[in-house]
Design a protein around this ligand. Sequence first.
Ligand SMILES: Nc1ncnc2c1ncn2[C@@H]1O[C@H](COP(=O)(O)OP(=O)(O)OP(=O)(O)O)[C@@H](O)[C@H]1O
Ligand SMILES: [Mg+2]
Length: 244
Amino acid sequence: MIKLQDIHKTFESNYVLRGVDLEIGEGQTMVILGKSGCGKSVLLKLILRLMDKDEGRIIIDDEDTTDFSEEQMVPVRKKMGMLFQSAALFDSLTVEDNVAYMLHEHTSMTQRVIADRVAEVLSFVELPGTQKLMPSELSGGMRKRVALARALAYQPRYLLYDEPTTGLDPMTAKTINELIRNTQERLDVTSIVVTHDLISAFYVGDRFALIRDGRVSFCGTPNEFKASTDPFIVEYLACGREYN
Ligand SMILES: Nc1ncnc2c1ncn2[C@@H]1O[C@H](COP(=O)(O)OP(=O)(O)OP(=O)(O)O)[C@@H](O)[C@H]1O
Ligand SMILES: [Mg+2]
């Protein structure tokens, strides 16, 4: 389980997170919503300690990582797969080497076992046989799926997705949504999904958290979100519906 307690983060004069409290239960998919610039990507980076928070506690599997050194963070990070907003792949490496990257770096698995694992996760994301392709040969949706395969190869307990469906056509977005849900159900991971895509949010989310003015202003089930009378949420949903 991941617990965030009273997280604060300021960039110079920009006070972005002003006391975020959030709990993501084992096996749950938590969707994080909120306006552009409200601090969603920052929050994911703080969980992975890719940047430092100013105040607050981050508890992962009952371990308070607040005062952990870089060295102590290594095994914590290994439990987590991250799908970045840009689906960043290593452009000079093949799909296979991208997916196998963590396995080569951090395990003693043999080449043969790694090749089998890569084939397995590429099939899972419905890209079998793409091992030898270069990232430049892939479409945006394929890149996202390779990035997901790379995150899955290491069998993480937690998956953090930053806008996994943004910029994709509705059918590819649906494939990604199904993959997120299959991953949670079949591999029993705990996930955080940051998204602006309400269709995706309702498809994958067990719980929704809305960040507003630097805090979690709503946390509850998708149905509770839909039934909310908070004027901001009513407008948020209405704006989403305009395009659907
Ligand atoms: N490394 C950084 N240095 C300075 N400011 C930053 C940095 N990273 C983020 N910020 C600022 O923090 C705020 C939140 O950024 P963040 O990327 O978390 O937004 P977001 O909620 O993910 O938005 P979007 O939905 O557009 O992706 C923004 O005002 C941004 O300018
Ligand atoms: Mg973002």
